[in-house]
Ligand binder design. Structure first.
Ligand code: FMN
Length: 272
């Protein structure tokens, strides 16, 4: 991209336009949709910079124009800046320095004792918004957060994984992170949902801490009987997999937190 080549992406442009058309036909949402806008802006930028004399590019540009002519402009035109490659600001825009970030990381510990205090959904949503800034392979974001804050449902869902014995009754909100295998078309990538969801859940947990909430990750075991119970509890599609669970809530200041010493730096890093 630096400098941009005269001709690039010709191997992918046909399938990209196919996807653009298919996604549009799927929803035909005439309201501003940030993902359609992103798709439109990138393709528009592509065709405005690429060498159009190549026959494949010319054909696909014609298709692109035909598709967008049929779309209401409200679907992709907004007053906001274009969703295309941009220069990173020269100065960091965040106010968090390393010491503050390290403290936040240290503050996050697995908490298993929570106050009997409702967790505002708005705060959970805030944490999910932060989680969704995490990287994911090809930006596919192949996961969803299934959240239970209804006490009767929490009672049921805490029993589905194995790791909640002794403290499950203290959890006010239970989350099941579900991976969507349909996001990847090759079997070779079936592990990617686990990586993508784990990266997001780390940001999620840190975001909770920044709002005085705590969490405990809970293992999802690969046991067929439990898998099928969870599938029917969550009404999952055949391509969806539970990845992990998480208990969250306001930490009980009187509840003890297990001290988990971390391995020293020299044991976990090796240069070159
Ligand atoms: C993938 C994963 C699965 C876990 N499963 C459980 C579990 O089933 N039950 C539990 O009480 N804690 C569980 N934990 C929490 C760990 O025990 C905890 O993260 C670890 O001891 C380190 O402590 P810390 O989180 O306070 O740093 C899990 C953590 C991870 C990352």
């Amino acid at each position: 991209m630096k400098p941009r080549r005269d001709l690039f992406g010709k191997e992918y442009i046909t399938e990209t336009i196919d996807s653009f058309e298919a996604i549009w036909n799927l929803g035909k949402d005439d309201k501003a949709n940030p993902q359609i806008k992103w798709f439109y802006d990138v393709l528009n930028e592509y065709f405005s910079t690429i060498n159009l004399s190549h026959p494949v590019i010319a054909t696909e540009e014609a298709r692109f124009k035909r598709i967008i002519n049929e779309m209401p402009s409200t679907a992709f035109k907004t007053q906001t800046a274009k969703s295309i490659p941009y220069h990173r600001a020269k100065q960091p825009v965040n106010n968090v320095n390393y010491a503050q970030f390290y403290d936040l990381c240290k503050q996050r510990r697995s908490v298993r004792w929570f106050l009997d205090k409702p967790v505002p959904r708005e705060l959970i949503d805030n944490a999910i918004l932060a989680a969704n800034q995490a990287p994911s392979a090809c930006n596919r974001q192949p996961f969803e957060f299934r959240i239970f804050d209804d006490p009767e449902m929490v009672k049921k869902v805490v029993q589905l994984p194995m790791g909640t014995s002794g403290y499950g009754h203290s959890i006010p909100v239970m989350i099941v992170l579900v991976g969507n295998l349909d996001a990847y078309f090759d079997e070779r990538d079936r592990h990617v949902i686990y990586i993508d969801a784990s990266l997001a859940s780390m940001s999620f947990m840190l975001a909770l801490e920044s709002m005085d909430l705590s969490s405990c990750s809970i293992n999802w075991p690969d046991i067929e009987a439990r898998e099928s119970k969870m599938h029917s509890f969550l009404n999952l599609k055949p391509y969806q997999r539970p990845i992990m669970c998480m208990g969250i809530g306001y930490p009980d200041p009187d509840g003890l937190i297990a001290y988990s010493e971390k391995r020293p730096l020299h044991q976990i890093r090796k240069y070159n």
